[in-house]
Write a protein that binds this ligand. Structure first.
Ligand SMILES: Nc1ncnc2c1ncn2[C@@H]1O[C@H](COP(=O)(O)OP(=O)(O)OP(=O)(O)O)[C@@H](O)[C@H]1O
Ligand SMILES: [Mg+2]
Length: 372
């Protein structure tokens, strides 16, 4: 899978740009603040139809403009598709090969990407919601059913919490009012848990295979899913059933009534990255955390390939400049399984060992493609 053409209108600091890319490694070079990350973000947006963590949709619209549009011609599985999106304040239009689509969920994951960015260290050392976001965003690209379950789960959770917020009003009728939402939470929540545990087990293998090689250490961090429904870490290959989930909801009913919200479920879970039994977020150096974060993104890439048979496009934002020379060299040596890899850097010489097919120079929101 690779992007052949990309068209941007009013996207971040780009006014209007049309670019053509070849498969292989594409270097995006330019000084600070010119639009390198923004270019990667445009490709990312066509894959997820959501801004990246820490951004709002309106941030993506060029200052003072009413909308942004991104379109791409993408080669995927022996055919070419044209994906377009236009987002204004309060309006969103999507299309595939010129045919309008009703919602982003119909197109999400059609273009598969994994973005590596310096902010990824926050997955290791930040708040639990960042780790949950990482899991959800990775799995929903690989499995459209997961995205639908998440949507249904969140809807049911809002309804359930609103009932719990004023439970006294329902008197004896409370169990009957909660029942349909409990069922919906349990049905979708058990699927979400099963998939998240599966992801973490795979990611743990990817970490063990790659962290020692990248870091030069002979020990690798361990990943474990922490499940609030079970009240413990889940290590084995295990499926969650709707019945198990429903009993856990029943058991935590009085706690939920006290808290006036749903105290257990995927929205309260976390995964732990531990090193010698301790929290990696506290123990590791910045560079080591970056290496762990890099392995987590590799795990995302491997999971998408495992589930879909397609290698996602890789978007590597400032990854090399963040590592010491030795680690950067090891990373170069690993190679990439993908058909196309975009790599940003302020200096060409630092990334030229990736044997680029294309070089894109970015200056002041204008990108110019230069063949290598
Ligand atoms: N909505 C927007 N409208 C106009 N400009 C924007 C918008 N959002 C971001 N920018 C600007 O785009 C510029 C380029 O940002 P970008 O993050 O792509 O830079 P970069 O080339 O990756 O720089 P660095 O090397 O520092 O990472 C920044 O100056 C930023 O303020
Ligand atoms: Mg940048």
């Amino acid at each position: 899978m690779y992007v052949e053409r990309l068209h941007l209108v009013n996207f971040r600091n780009y006014r209007e740009s049309s670019l053509e890319f070849s498969p292989g490694v594409q270097l995006i070079v330019g000084k600070n603040g010119q639009g390198k990350t923004n270019l990667l973000e445009a490709v990312y947006y066509l894959s997820r139809f959501k801004p990246r963590p820490f951004s709002k949709p309106s941030d993506l619209i060029h200052h003072g403009q009413p909308y942004f549009a991104v379109g791409a011609l993408v080669y995927s599985e022996h055919r070419r598709v044209v994906v377009k999106v236009m987002v204004g304040r309060g309006v969103k239009n999507f299309s595939l090969d010129g045919e309008a689509k009703g919602s982003a969920s119909e197109l999400r994951g059609l273009v598969k990407t994994v973005m590596f960015s310096p902010e990824d260290v926050m997955i290791v050392s930040g708040e639990p919601y960042l780790r949950r976001n990482f899991l959800d965003s990775a799995i929903e690209i690989a499995d459209a059913g997961y995205g639908l379950c998440l949507k249904a789960y969140r809807h049911a959770l809002v309804q359930r919490n609103s009932i719990l917020g004023k439970w006294e009003r329902y008197g004896q009728g409370l169990p009957r009012v909660l029942e349909p939402w409990d069922l919906m939470v349990a049905e979708n929540g058990s699927y979400i848990l099963t998939k998240r545990v599966e992801f973490i087990q795979n990611a743990d293998k990817v970490m063990k295979e790659n962290y020692p090689q990248l870091s030069g250490h002979d020990y690798s961090p361990t990943l474990t899913y922490w499940c609030s429904i079970r009240g413990k870490a889940v290590r084995q290959d295990q499926n969650f059933t709707q019945d198990e989930y429903l009993s856990a909801l029943n058991e935590s009913r009085s706690e939920d009534l006290n808290a006036r919200c749903t105290t257990k479920g995927p929205h309260r879970d976390d995964f732990r990255v531990s090193f010698y039994g301790k929290d990696a977020g506290r123990l590791l150096s910045q560079g080591e955390k970056r290496t762990v974060a890099y392995c987590l993104r590799m795990a995302e890439e491997r999971y998408i390939y495992w589930k879909t048979g397609q290698n996602p496009i890789l978007l590597l934002d400032d990854v090399i400049s963040e590592l010491d020379e030795e680690r950067a060299g090891r990373l170069t040596g690993l190679g990439f399984p993908s058909d196309q890899v975009f790599i940003t850097d302020t200096r060409v010489d630092r990334v030229s060992s990736f044997n680029p097919e294309g070089i894109i120079r970015v200056e002041g929101g204008v990108a110019r493609v230069e063949r290598a």
